[in-house]
Design a protein. Structure first.
Length: 204
């Protein structure tokens, strides 16, 4: 692509192209090893132009995690809704957790960007908050008697268990299949949710 044609891109289109390139580079070499010039090269632009869109590697990574998080939050909300979170809450829980593990499994060994690995950058805080909000929303829809504060804790239980089990399983699955990992995760999280429901006042 010529420099002239690249200049015709809108700022939004240019930013999107940069994030696509960052997705590939971060996924291939990881956060620490990624350099701004690597992303610029992958995007087909000068490094100086890259800095006009993102002031630092951290800022670019934050934008990438935010983009991935928005997409996954929307997918999670759809999966929970399609599974009938009100009428069949356990099935909805399984659908949501299955989506998480499928995402990890699809990325394993393919060099794709994973928004849950390693999960220690500050950028992940907003992602986790977004996922917990979707889970808490589903829990409140399934059980209106549940107080918001308890739904928030329940959502943290589910999100934290999914993230940690998923990362450990992906790093060293051994003889544990994805379905086996999902079964364990569902049983663990459903037990916690049932504990919350058992503490609710009886329906008059």
């Amino acid at each position: 692509m010529s420099e002239v044609s690249r200049e015709r891109l809108t700022a939004e289109a240019r930013r999107s192209r940069i994030l696509d390139a960052a997705t590939e580079v971060f996924g291939r070499v990881g956060f620490e090893a990624t350099r701004m010039e690597d992303v610029a090269k992958a995007a087909g632009i000068a490094k100086g132009l890259l800095y006009k869109h993102f002031r630092s590697k951290d800022a670019m990574f934050e934008a990438l995690v935010e983009m991935a998080g928005q997409a996954f939050s929307a997918q999670l909300r759809t999966a929970l809704t399609d599974a009938d979170v009100v009428g069949r809450p356990r099935d909805a829980l399984r659908a949501g957790l299955s989506l998480w593990l499928r995402n990890l499994g699809d990325e394993k060994g393919q060099g794709a960007f994973s928004f849950s690995d390693p999960g220690v950058h500050d950028a992940y805080d907003g992602l986790r908050d977004a996922l917990r909000a979707v889970i808490a929303e589903a829990m409140l829809a399934a059980e209106p008697r549940l107080e918001v504060d308890w739904a928030r804790l329940g959502a943290a239980l589910v999100q934290g268990a999914a993230e940690n089990l998923g990362l450990v399983w992906r790093a060293c699955p051994g003889n544990i299949t994805q379905d086996d990992a999902l079964d364990l995760l569902v049983e663990f999280c459903w037990g916690g949710i049932q504990r919350l429901r058992a503490a609710l006042p009886a329906v008059p």
